[in-house]
Design a binder for this molecule. Structure first.
Ligand SMILES: C[S@@+](CC[C@H](N)C(=O)[O-])C[C@H]1O[C@@H](n2cnc3c(N)ncnc32)[C@H](O)[C@@H]1O
Length: 192
């Protein structure tokens, strides 16, 4: 059996790893623009201030599975790629381009100029995600765990959509929402 002291040190180290951003290939806004230009029908995911590394890791895993071309997030107000994110993503953090930008609203405007339509998600939206046409150049926007999308981000969206809820709880976990919305887009895009 390991001495108790070692166990405590290991736990402390694990905590340090889980909160420290690790080096992944740095991608800037210009690279994002190139990624989008290279795609015939771009498909990207925007995360407006997701805070929890477990959620980010799970979302990156889902984004990889859905074939998303890039995941975009604000640089300062959200979690970046930590050891925990990488572990939870089971490697997707190294596969899916993750681009942190300084001014999300301005990045959205530049992507709109390139023809992308932004679908923001909110449990308060009147239209359901299943009613929208998600086949074209698309960015799906998810909000933060507690507060949802920021006002300016929401104002920059072309459409707002909800995932219909049947129970008493108003909203889903953000990573679950990512799965529902991204794979609805995948379903629509695979229908010829
Ligand atoms: C836990 S929710 C945040 C709820 C927050 N109180 C709000 O007012 O938006 C985190 C994110 O998951 C997504 N989400 C959760 N449930 C949803 C639903 N029923 N319809 C659409 N998006 C949802 C949205 O992107 C939301 O910003």
């Amino acid at each position: 059996m390991k001495p108790r002291r070692q166990g405590r040190e290991a736990r402390e180290n694990r905590h340090v790893k889980s909160t420290t951003e690790i080096a992944v290939k740095a991608r800037d806004e210009e690279e994002l623009m190139r990624i989008v230009e290279d795609q015939e029908v771009p498909f990207i995911l925007v995360l407006d201030c997701v805070q929890d590394p477990h959620n980010l890791g799970a979302i990156l895993r889902t984004a990889d599975g859905a074939g998303v071309h890039a995941v975009v997030a604000p640089k300062d107000k959200a979690v970046g790629i930590t050891e925990t994110v990488r572990r939870v993503s089971v490697g997707a953090a190294d596969n899916v381009p993750f681009v942190q930008v300084t001014n999300l609203a301005r990045t959205m405007e530049r992507l709109q100029e390139k023809g992308l339509w932004f679908v923001g998600t909110s449990d308060r939206a009147e239209k359901s995600i299943y009613e929208l046409d998600l086949k074209g150049p698309l960015a799906i926007v998810l909000g933060a765990e507690e507060k949802g999308m920021r006002r300016l981000t929401e104002e920059h969206c072309d459409f707002l959509a909800s995932i219909p809820m049947a129970g008493k709880i108003e909203c889903l976990n953000v990573s679950v929402s990512a799965g529902v919305c991204l794979f609805e887009a995948v379903r629509q895009r695979s229908v010829t």
